[in-house]
Every structure is written in structure tokens, then in C-alpha cells.
Design a binder for this molecule. Structure first.
Ligand code: MF3
Ligand code: CO
Ligand code: CO
Length: 275
């Protein structure tokens, strides 16, 4: 059973099982945090090139986040010690920045979450380094389409199952696998809140969408099977069959008529092929 709540000063900062229905103040806070998150990814674009390390990307993200008056929400989150996640090629998500050098033909996801005035702007997109083979570019494009098809379903009266269903249908039409082990999430003053946003599903199932809900959609799509394997670092998830994986993420809020995307790039850079 799904329950909804109007957050109060006491509950707004705590994770709840009920789904929070936020007001205009939250939407304004999310707009600002989401805008900064998108601008951080925009600024990375020229920098993500063969020869750069994932640790250097993390340094830039940290600096840009602080310059924007925010704090990287991942820094110290459950023991995570970095300002973003950088997930290369067969890494599905939560790749830890370090000495790894980006090479020609790599695809990578960079996921940032600036915490600005108490609000979390959570977004990720794919970057292409150098000359990327068509097969990998196709996976990136279809994954972006999956996110946007899901967002089209995000409106009052629809259900989370409608969102998952279109994502799954589109991915599987291309014989890709949708990762089941990680999902989108409610957010706001809380980083990971109810509901869980699963990227597969059946129409008309799951929680009904209502104005004021704020959550991410962040499909992880594998070039092969959906299975994952966790590395010994306890964070990095890779494809079990070693195929490539892609992901895009936006933070959105349900409005009276549809939804507002908080993490759109002011310059349109959120969208492949980033011409
Ligand atoms: N930004 C990720 C998400 O989309 C969460 C990363 S948590 C970390 O939910 F600790 F791995 F960074
Ligand atoms: Co997220
Ligand atoms: Co994220």
C-alpha cells in the first residue's frame, strides 16, 4: 500500500516510507540545486578526453560544486569519499574516481549530486571519449531515449509502473538488459527517499503519481544481460557478462499537468550526441 504525506519541518530531513508531496519551496530549492548539477556536467564536457584520469574529473567536480556554494552530497555518504561517481565502459554505476586513465573510444557516466542550501540536485549523463564505436554510441542513445520516454510518463494519474514499463520495452526492443539491482529514488532534503523508482514494470502498477512528488529516473541499460557483479571495493557494480553499460539520470518533480525536469542543461548538453 502506498501512503503519501505533506512533509513538516520535522520530517522533511528524514527518510520516510510514505511518499512526500512537496510544495513550491521545495520545487524552488530543487530548481537551483538541479541547475547547478547540470552546469557542473556541462563544464566537464570539454575536459573529458583521452588521457584524463577519473580522479582529475572528481577534483573538478568537487571544486565546481564548492564554487557553486554547494557540497558534494556523496562526500562522506555511507563512507564514500569522493565528489562524484565515474563509471567507465562495463561499469554500471558507482565507479570510484582514481588513477584510471580515460582512453580513446571509452564511454563513461559521470554522476553528480551537489547539495545546495539543503536540496539535492542529482543527475548523470554519458560522455564519449575520442572515437567511439557505433555499437557503443547506439547504446548511449537508446539509454537516453529510455530516460526521456520514462519522463514522458511522469504525470499525475499515471503510475510508477508506467514509467518502468516504457523504459523496459524500449531497452528490450533493442535487445538490451535493464539493470534491476539499482533504481531511481525520491529526493529533496533527503538524498535517497521513498519511492523506489524501478526501471522495469507493468502499466498501472506501483505508486500513483501525484503533484508534489520529487524523484529521480536513472535507468542503467546493459548492452547484454541485466546481471551485475559487485567489485571487492564494495561500491563498483559491473556487468556480469562484461558488456558495456550506459546510464542517464534526471531529477524531476510532478506538477499538476506533467513534470518539471530540474536538471536540464541550460545549453542543451544533457542530450546526446552533444554536437
Ligand atoms: N548519485 C547516485 C544516485 O544517483 C548516488 C551515488 S551514492 C555514492 O543515486 F555514494 F555512490 F556516491
Ligand atoms: Co540518483
Ligand atoms: Co546520481
Amino acid at each position: 500500500m502506498t501512503t503519501y504525506m505533506t512533509p513538516t519541518a520535522d520530517t522533511i530531513t528524514t527518510r520516510t516510507t510514505a511518499i512526500k508531496l512537496h510544495g513550491p519551496e521545495a520545487f524552488e530549492g530543487m530548481r537551483r540545486a538541479g541547475r547547478l548539477a547540470a552546469e557542473i556536467l556541462d563544464a566537464l564536457a570539454p575536459f573529458v578526453q583521452p588521457g584524463v584520469t577519473t580522479g582529475q574529473i572528481d577534483d573538478i567536480v568537487r571544486q565546481m560544486t564548492l564554487d557553486g556554494g554547494a557540497i558534494p552530497a556523496t562526500l562522506g555518504y555511507r563512507g564514500y569519499a569522493h565528489s562524484c561517481c565515474v563509471s567507465l565502459n562495463n561499469v554500471i554505476c558507482h565507479g570510484i574516481p582514481g588513477d584510471k586513465v580515460i582512453r580513446d573510444g571509452d564511454i563513461l557516466n559521470i554522476d553528480v549530486t551537489p547539495l545546495l542550501d539543503g536540496w539535492h540536485g542529482d543527475t548523470s549523463r554519458m560522455f564519449l571519449a575520442g572515437d567511439v564505436p557505433i555499437k557503443a554510441r547506439r547504446l548511449v542513445e537508446v539509454t537516453y531515449e529510455c530516460l526521456m520516454l520514462g519522463i514522458e510518463q511522469a504525470k499525475p494519474g499515471n503510475f510508477l509502473g508506467d514509467v518502468g514499463h516504457v523504459i523496459q520495452s524500449h531497452a528490450e526492443k533493442h535487445r538490451y538488459g535493464v539493470v534491476r539491482d539499482f533504481c531511481g529514488h525520491g529526493l529533496g532534503r533527503v538524498f535517497h527517499d521513498a519511492p523506489e523508482v524501478v526501471h522495469v514494470g507493468r502499466p498501472g502498477t506501483g505508486p500513483e503519481l501525484r503533484p508534489g512528488m520529487i524523484f529521480t529516473i536513472e535507468p542503467m541499460i546493459n548492452g547484454g544481460k541485466p546481471g551485475i557483479r559487485m567489485l571487492d571495493d564494495g561500491w563498483t557494480a559491473v556487468t556480469r557478462d562484461r558488456t558495456l553499460s550506459a546510464q542517464f539520470e534526471h531529477s524531476i518533480g510532478i506538477t499538476e499537468t506533467g513534470c518539471e525536469i530540474f536538471t536540464l542543461s541550460p545549453t542543451g548538453l544533457h542530450q546526446p550526441p552533444y554536437a
